[in-house]
Write a protein that binds this ligand. Structure first.
Ligand code: ARG
Length: 253
């Protein structure tokens, strides 16, 4: 959540064609099997126009909620990094999500939100890592694009995984929590030399500001002029599945 009415996710979480009524955002959730938090309806979705599918640039989408959601201890925005913020390699960050606990193993009930601490990996180093033991990948081919940021360990061990997509990679930087990345892609999960790859949010600060500012109400504008605010409760397929389950329960009752 980057504003009381806007949520960021990954472009690949938005399955086209879609209708807005297919989507709801669950804010402040903790255990997916125990409905909690707030369900917010969606009034617009902006998928970044350069996104072309898995592994390509622009894996980012903005979701506008139908009405502003009040902040609580568990529903809070996370600051957006300015365009020029370069997260140093080794900086310790946190990824959260309800995705798989290892490849092919989904998070068991009651599906408690998971978190892992991971260091940032330098972009060129991450690109080189993906070339290790990868004979089919030409040495000159860049996998880690300008708008991607990696986090993890050379020997794997800890990572995001399927179902975590769109979720936040949050880093404490100069005293504030910043949204460094959005879970985007990887090869398997927690495999050596295949770190998790995240959409580099700083690369999209202008694009985000444009959408959020244009549609802000006058009351919002004064708030936005205060240097960026924003915590992450974004989501993906896990949320949608969760919502489906809730609706099915309601229908069966
Ligand atoms: N694309 C996956 C999803 O939709 C996220 C994969 C992240 N993989 C990783 N090894 N970090 O949930």
């Amino acid at each position: 959540m980057i504003d009381n009415q806007w949520v960021l996710t990954a472009a690949h979480c938005i399955i086209k064609p879609y209708t807005l009524a297919d989507y709801m955002v669950n804010l402040g959730a903790y255990q997916l099997a125990v409905p909690s938090g707030v369900l917010a309806a969606v009034s617009a979705i902006y998928v970044h126009p350069i996104y072309q599918g898995d592994g390509t640039s622009g894996d980012i989408a903005l979701i506008r909620l139908q009405s502003p959601v009040p902040y609580t201890d568990y529903i809070m925005n996370i600051c957006l990094p300015a365009q020029d913020v370069q997260f140093p390699s080794g900086l310790s960050c946190y990824v959260t999500g309800w995705g798989s606990i290892k490849q092919g193993v989904s998070l068991p009930a009651p599906q408690t939100l998971q978190m892992v601490q991971l260091p940032i990996i330098d972009q060129a180093q991450c690109n080189s890592m993906y070339h290790i033991n990868n004979p089919s990948l030409p040495a000159s081919q860049t996998l880690i694009q300008w708008d991607m940021i990696c986090a993890g360990f050379p020997n794997g061990q800890k990572d995001a995984c399927q179902g975590d997509s769109g979720g936040p990679l949050a880093c404490k930087w100069n005293g504030s929590w910043l949204l460094a990345g959005l879970v985007s892609w990887g090869f398997g999960c927690a495999i050596a030399n295949r770190p998790g790859v995240y959409t580099r949010v700083s690369a999209y600060s202008d694009w985000i500001q444009q959408h959020v500012a244009v549609q802000a109400t006058p009351a919002d504008i004064s708030i936005q002029n205060v240097p960026n605010n924003s915590t992450g409760a974004s989501s993906c397929l896990t949320y949608l599945l969760f919502l489906l389950t809730v609706f099915i329960h309601i229908i069966l009752w």
